[in-house]
Design a protein around this ligand. Structure first.
Ligand code: UDP
Length: 425
């Protein structure tokens, strides 16, 4: 019988990162039946319910195992820092239990390699513990443009003397479309724990079943993105004014755009909508509270557009389903993604923010109509269809994505056989 190659993977306490690395592991073991992966998840308070559902949906025959590390208490983290920093601190505080867990597992089933989320890079040090000495790899799923930026940062640092946001000329990242400094990531940070539940499933799918093909705009800002109160008002009135059908995932407003990543406020988001909005838009739209089954919505034939914060998972999901976008970046590398989608790939429209950082209702109505029924829509839809086909090709058995992953698995298996030593960094 062929020898099993054991590898370990570590993620961070954030649903979108956990879901992404799990998908990677699933695909890897699908291509290499002799590889066995143990995913190790640092935790804040308790594991995200959406991750639990995902794990429960894995086939019992899968060779992907998981372990949740002892939780870090949210109350013990500094409360006056952004959620991204809390997540990073929780990962750091989990390192002792990660080390202990890795050593314990290694003593019975030796690992050959560790794959770490970008924001769990501290784990790479653990991989180098003398008694482990694992090959170490960073799992970096964002766009090639983001990767190119990271690799180019040292040069950029020497070229640009002011703050990037104040740099007036276009910045050239190798192999990418030029970009202005204000569209670069404001800092390299991470996001969100999972939502509390998914109560909006059946209702919204039933609602979509009753709409015309391609007629509904889906509006969502990722697993924790939030708008301020003024923007919630403008969004509501802009959607109403557009006259287009919409399905809007609403969170209670906050002045911090990533306020809900460590759990939504215990308040009713609907109470923040403009007076009479829900009654007036009864036939036009559906407002969902906090969370929605996004991939189901994007794959529904009635969904014809996605107003998105351009998180990379949302972006890829939209491309794979062939849904054109309105790009509304909030933080991290999302502005870059927005430029890529609207100016590079030309599969979306980008609304204009006023000098106070607000997109006003008329602008929203204009861009929504533009995407759903405007003159440009045919070209945009044609291009997103081409991109969808290209994504499907990459995932085919002989596609580029499948081939790359297969080669990576082969490297791991070779490590096991002792033919080569690789250091993935
Ligand atoms: N998501 C979802 N329902 C929601 C909001 C988000 O299922 O109501 C999922 C979405 O499908 C995607 C992930 O959460 O897989 C969000 O990841 P993304 O990278 O787009 O944004 P982030 O949450 O990291 O800001």
């Amino acid at each position: 019988m062929a020898k099993i190659t054991h590898i370990a993977a570590i993620s961070i306490p954030a649903f979108s990162h956990q879901a992404s690395i799990l998908e990677f592991c699933k695909r890897l073991v699908h291509l290499h039946h002799n590889i066995h992966v143990t995913c190790i998840f640092p935790t804040i308070d308790s594991p995200p319910p959406a991750t639990i559902s995902l794990l429960q949906s894995l086939p019992s025959s899968t060779t992907v195992d998981h372990i949740f590390l002892p939780p870090i208490n949210k109350q013990d983290l500094p409360q006056d820092v952004p959620p991204a920093v809390q997540i990073q601190l929780a990962v750091s505080q989990s390192m002792p239990s990660f080390r202990a867990t890795l050593h314990q597992l290694h003593s019975t089933t030796p690992f050959v390699a560790l794959v770490a989320d970008t924001f769990a890079s501290e784990a790479l040090q653990v991989a180098k513990d003398i008694s482990l000495n694992l090959s170490a790899y960073i799992y970096f799923p964002p766009s090639a443009m983001t990767l190119s930026l990271f690799l180019h940062l040292k040069t950029l640092h020497n070229q640009v003397s002011c703050e990037y946001r104040d740099h007036k000329e276009l910045i050239r990242i190798p192999g990418c479309i030029p970009i202005y400094g204000h569209d670069l990531p404001e800092h390299f940070r991470v996001i969100q724990t999972g939502p509390n539940s998914d109560p909006n499933g059946p209702e919204c799918v039933r609602w979509l079943d009753n709409q015309r093909p391609n007629s509904v705009l889906y509006v969502s800002f990722g697993s924790g993105g939030t708008l301020c109160q003024e923007q919630v008002n403008e969004m509501a009135l802009g959607l109403e004014l557009s006259g287009q059908k919409f399905l809007w995932v609403l969170r209670a407003p906050s002045d911090s755009a990533n306020a809900a990543y460590l759990g939504a406020e215990n308040v009713d988001p609907l109470s923040f909508l403009p007076r009479g909005f829900l009654e007036r838009t009864k036939g036009q739209g559906l407002v969902l509270v906090n969370w929605a089954p996004q991939t189901q919505i994007l794959s529904h034939s009635s969904t014809g557009g996605f107003l998105t914060h351009c998180g990379w998972n949302s972006t890829l999901e939209s491309i794979v389903m062939g849904v054109p976008m309105i790009t509304w970046p909030l933080f991290a590398e999302q502005r870059m993604n927005a430029v890529l989608l609207t100016e590079g790939l030309k599969v979306g429209l980008r609304p204009k923010f006023n000098s106070d950082g607000i997109v006003e209702r008329d602008e929203i109505a204009m861009v929504v109509k533009g995407l759903m029924v405007g003159e440009e829509t045919n070209g945009i839809r044609q291009r997103i269809r081409e991109l969808k086909d290209a994504a499907a090709d990459a995932l085919k058995e002989d596609g580029s994505s499948t081939r790359d992953l297969f080669q990576f698995g082969t490297r791991l298996e070779n490590l096991k056989r002792g033919h080569q030593t690789f250091d993935g960094l």
